[in-house]
Design a protein around this ligand. Sequence first.
Ligand code: MC0
Length: 146
Amino acid sequence: MLTRIDHIGIACFDLDRTVEFYRATYGFEVFHSEVNEEQGVREAMLKINSTDDGGASYLQLLEPTREDSTVAKWLAKNGEGVHHIAFGTADVDAESADIREKGVRVLYEEPRRGSMGSRITFLHPKDCHGVLTELVTSAPVESPEH
Ligand code: MC0
């Protein structure tokens, strides 16, 4: 089951300036930032709200780290804007298998590492009415030490 909008991915040319726009205009602060070399992005996660499935919804601002990355290629063609949407699920493996059975191209054989230790995969935008769609299972929350 897909239980939340985990995030909306927004491609930008300059991460710091875009973060500042979201802070100054809406008051959203950076919850987490990291570089994902495999995906070729530097990213900032802005938490919008927690969700009743125990997860949360974020805006994910993405700046490419190299010219051959998917985000750099997309920016060169389209300019800045919404790059993908991501749905959260407790079981990305099961969801991927179900959706693949329905004839939608799932881009990875096995889920890969996403933001904050999550496991992610993508569905081909041409099979999803033009929307690059990501499936996310968040990393388990560490239980507090006693
Ligand atoms: C490409 N297309 C898109 C699109 N990217 N359509 C909607 N939204 C997008 N974001 C369209 C192109 O316009 C083109 O259509 C067709 O798909 C083929 O695209 P291409 O430019 O020729 O590029 P390909 O085929 O080499 O790659 C497209 C593909 C790729 C979707 C397979 O971008 C990919 O593997 N994406 C998944 C990984 C990713 O995007 N990572 C960055 C976020 P026309 O009509 O012109 O043929 S990483 C992330 O988000 C992580 C860190 C996280 O959430 O934790």
